[in-house]
Write a protein that binds this ligand. Structure first.
Ligand SMILES: NC(=O)C1=CN([C@@H]2O[C@H](COP(=O)(O)OP(=O)(O)OC[C@H]3O[C@@H](n4cnc5c(N)ncnc54)[C@H](OP(=O)(O)O)[C@@H]3O)[C@@H](O)[C@H]2O)C=CC1
Ligand SMILES: O=C(O)[C@@H]1CCC=N1
Length: 272
């Protein structure tokens, strides 16, 4: 991969995940800079990955070929204002923010910019992430390849044809690691309530989750229902657990959660 200078504006959770994926895949930390107002997260990134750090967004962006916007959506206007005096015409801007539409960025940065919208997730930090990507017709094949190559260091990439489809990527992959963590939390809480040590309960639940995820991935010809049925003996223990989930309308609950996730992204798109 050609080593472009990449800067991250904002050094929070998602920036850390992407930087980790990049460096672990062999991207030179000398070509990576993170900018953040407070110091501790920057220090941790420098210590863990050897990247350059600064408190100055403009300094970071000046020497960058690629600027990754890693701040919360409500701060995007402020960051755009801060960088608006720079000539950004030769830089590729990648945003990871949920719910800020591509057309808003030219207003924020007060100039036409080359922008690709992405939706990564935190498993990117260990190379098993998924990033949804959207580029308008104005973006060159070269810039698309550059963005894809950078984001693919953290796992799989998936281009969407319409910008609205990124909201489905949020519900399915950007936000969803938190759903699975919630499920594991609930399992561990139940086991602890029954008297098991938390550390043992977590170990068993996490190994079962890992095994289940790998079985799904390694058996693309088996339906999810088949994989579930293979665990579920008639009149047995799993059947009782599954019946309890179904009685609690787990499918309806998941549908509501994902629908509300998408609705929030749509609401944010009007807000920011
Ligand atoms: N977390 C996730 O799983 C995912 C997040 N995203 C998107 O990533 C973006 C960041 O989320 P996340 O990493 O979770 O958030 P974090 O709060 O962890 O990180 C945001 C960072 O931005 C910094 N910051 C605040 N103001 C500025 C500024 N003016 N200039 C530069 N940096 C600034 C904050 O610094 P300080 O703490 O010092 O205020 C903080 O370190 C969001 O837009 C979100 O939608 C997308 C996919 C998944
Ligand atoms: O919760 C959020 O808004 C961000 C986007 C996807 C994951 N975290």
């Amino acid at each position: 991969m050609s080593q472009k200078n990449v800067c991250f504006i904002g050094a929070g959770n998602m920036t850390r995940s992407i930087v980790s994926g990049l460096v672990k895949s062999g991207y030179s930390p000398k070509h990576i800079t993170a900018a953040n107002p407070s110091q501790p997260k920057l220090d941790a990134l420098q210590q863990d990955f050897g990247i350059n750090i600064t408190n100055d967004n403009i300094e970071a962006a000046k020497s960058a070929d690629v600027i990754v916007l890693g701040v919360k959506p409500h701060l995007m206007a402020l960051v755009g204002e801060q960088l608006s005096d720079l000539d950004l015409s030769n830089k590729l801007i990648i945003t990871i923010a949920a719910g800020v539409t591509a057309k808003r960025y030219s207003d924020y940065f007060k100039q036409e910019i080359k922008l690709i919208r992405t939706m990564p997730n935190t498993p990117t930090q260990i190379g098993v992430g998924l990033t949804g990507l959207f580029a308008g017709d104005d973006i060159s094949a070269e810039d698309k390849t550059l963005c894809e190559t950078l984001m693919a260091t953290g796992g799989e990439v998936f281009w969407v044809n319409k910008e609205e489809e990124l909201n489905q990527v949020i519900a399915l992959a950007g936000s969803s690691p938190a759903y699975f963590f919630l499920f594991l939390e609930a399992m561990v809480e139940s086991a602890v309530k029954s008297g098991m040590a938390e550390v043992s309960a977590r170990e068993m639940a996490q190994q079962a989750a890992l095994g289940a995820a790998l079985m799904v991935k390694q058996n693309p010809d088996l339906s999810l229902t088949q994989l579930r049925n293979n665990v579920t003996s008639k009149g047995g223990t799993t059947a009782q657990a599954i019946a309890t989930f179904e009685q609690g309308n787990i499918r309806g609950l998941v549908d509501d959660a994902m629908t509300n996730c998408i609705a929030r992204a749509q609401e944010m798109a009007k807000q920011y």
